[in-house]
Write a protein that binds this ligand. Sequence first.
Ligand SMILES: *Cc1c(COP(=O)(O)O)cnc(C)c1O
Length: 242
Amino acid sequence: MSVISNNLQVVRESILVAAHTSHVMCPIKLLAVSKTFGADAVIAAALAGQQAFGENYVQEAVQKIASVRTVRPDLALEWHFIGPIQSNKTRLIAENFDWVQSLSSEKIARRLAEQRPSHLPPMNVCLQINIDGSDSKSGLASNQALELARVIATLPNLRLRGLMAIPDACDDEQARRVPFRQMRQLFDQLFNQLSQELSEPITFDTLSMGMSGDMQAAIAEGATMVRIGSAIFGQRDYGNKQ
Ligand SMILES: *Cc1c(COP(=O)(O)O)cnc(C)c1O
């Protein structure tokens, strides 16, 4: 077995154990975060049964998506954009991704809606929430989420799927759960509010939180999707990316 397929197996098992320990009944979706790793790593994971992949850097991702398609046109993969979004990159994102999890402004939402090619299904989007409220981080304040969610509901070519957050790393096991719990509360509130307001059935079903270092805490607090990079692909070498 390759290292990647072995790691994937370990990660899948820890997800099951964490869900079981926390009495979570719903399946938890695994997003494999392949940033800084090449098409070969993606293909190895895909051949081990992984379907959804997350990327942070547009240029790198677009090249990788194209090479994976060239080498293995038979693999039907799902690509999630999870990095900061500059407005001059929205077209490439709209053309190449199935999901955007890092949406936090109306301007970007409108551009993605306009630029989504008509032959593709609607872009699935999650609002990124700055749950720690720190100045340096991207994402919306919790109290701005409803307003943007309402705007997205009116836009064509976008489908609002839920929320995403990247809380600060924290050594203490109990303290680490706090922002995840706040995210779950916000998610439930928005779900209820939007179900009442909107006439169409809503597909607000995704709470994307938890990474290699804090997946258990996120699952215990109700994550429906975890985004795992290093535990699957190994340590990242950012080279000139930072
Ligand atoms: C890099 C990244 C991850 C994966 O982080 P690991 O600690 O390697 O699991 C998850 N989510 C986002 C938004 C990331 O940028």
